[in-house]
Design a protein around this ligand. Structure first.
Ligand SMILES: Cc1cc2nc3c(=O)[nH]c(=O)nc-3n(C[C@H](O)[C@H](O)[C@H](O)COP(=O)(O)O)c2cc1C
Length: 141
């Protein structure tokens, strides 16, 4: 059975809710899923997974969370050549700039970005959670 990982960072739980919904979508496709807070994911495990969904809110000034998420994401990325990758995260007062920048970076990497980065304003509502489940299904599909 294919195994996928959802690797996320979340300060106040919004991106975490998205992460659980993405994982639900992966499971709905009959695949196995490991869900990890970035602080708990060892990038040397990356090769164990058929693909990864990364989740991180907009932090700093339209940036990824720098202490726990970014180092793990940067260590994992080179090991994802040719593999499906999805991006998601929550934001507050901005317009999604962090995700546009993040997506642009990943588009230039050797992985296969399967969809546009999925964003939710603050706490994800039912529509956003449904979109997260669909993203998980697409990743594992
Ligand atoms: C230190 C800090 C910096 C932030 N910077 C931004 C930002 O640049 N743009 C934005 O839209 N939201 C920003 N936010 C708001 C968060 O992205 C928003 O609250 C999000 O829902 C947090 O997700 P989480 O619950 O997964 O931590 C910031 C929040 C914090 C605490």
């Amino acid at each position: 059975m294919s195994k996928y990982a959802v690797v996320y960072w979340s300060g106040t739980g919004n991106t975490e809710k998205m992460a659980f919904a993405v994982a639900e979508g992966i499971r709905a496709k009959g695949a196995e899923v490991g869900i990890f807070h970035a602080a708990e994911f060892n990038p040397s495990q990356t090769g164990d997974y058929a693909g990864i969904a990364f989740g991180c809110p907009s932090m700093g000034a339209e940036e990824l969370e720098a202490d726990e998420f970014e180092p793990v994401y940067r260590a994992a990325m080179p090991q994802l050549s040719g593999k499906p990758v999805a991006l998601f995260g929550s934001y507050g007062w901005g317009d999604g700039e962090w995700m546009r920048n993040w997506q642009e970076e990943v588009e230039q990497a050797s992985c296969n970005l399967i969809a546009e980065g999925l964003i939710a304003n603050n706490e994800p509502d039912e529509d956003a959670l449904a979109a997260c489940r669909a993203l998980g299904e697409k990743l594992a599909g």
